[in-house]
Design a binder for this molecule. Structure first.
Ligand code: GTP
Ligand code: MG
Length: 135
């Protein structure tokens, strides 16, 4: 069993898609949500979270977007949850994402792609510590 860090990005919260997206996660057999909170991300949290992208052309606009409204941060726990949430989300570019995936069903803009999910066991460990240090 694995734990992964999921963020419902400001576009998902603004558009009223929290229930829709969490519903898809909740319906996966055996998965649970041991922690969940609504919060506006501080600059230092965001820099630590997306540090791997610093210097890329999309980095500054991504920071502005992610700081521009509250996100829902949650922990998803269950069988192969890291790979599993990435599958539910679909590829980064929502136009390339298949219908049936969260990004494919609701997104059209690369930056505003609704959801973040840890991409490996290493990222999950780092991101869980950053967002839910007491868990
Ligand atoms: P995250 O779960 O948010 O980390 O998405 P990801 O792992 O699918 O993509 P990645 O880590 O490569 O990029 C992080 C985020 O930056 C993406 O989710 C997008 O919001 C944004 N992003 C990535 N690549 C591009 C790009 O080429 N253009 C723009 N505008 N935004 C991008
Ligand atoms: Mg990523």
């Amino acid at each position: 069993t694995q734990r992964t860090l999921v963020l419902l990005k400001p576009d998902a919260v603004r558009r009223g898609l929290i229930g829709e997206i969490i519903g898809r996660i909740e319906r996966k057999a055996g998965w649970t949500i041991p922690a969940l909170e609504l919060r506006t991300l501080e600059q230092d949290t965001l820099e630590a979270h997306y540090g791997e992208h610093k210097g890329k052309p999309f980095y500054e606009p991504l920071m502005g977007f992610m700081a521009g409204g509250p996100v829902v941060a949650l922990v998803v726990e269950g069988e192969r949850a890291i790979e599993g949430v990435r599958q539910l989300a679909g590829p980064t570019d929502p136009i390339a994402a298949a219908p049936g995936s969260i990004r494919g069903d609701f997104g059209s803009i690369v930056r505003e792609n609704l959801i973040h999910a840890s991409d490996s066991e290493e990222s999950a460990a780092r991101e869980l510590k950053l967002f839910f240090p007491s868990l």
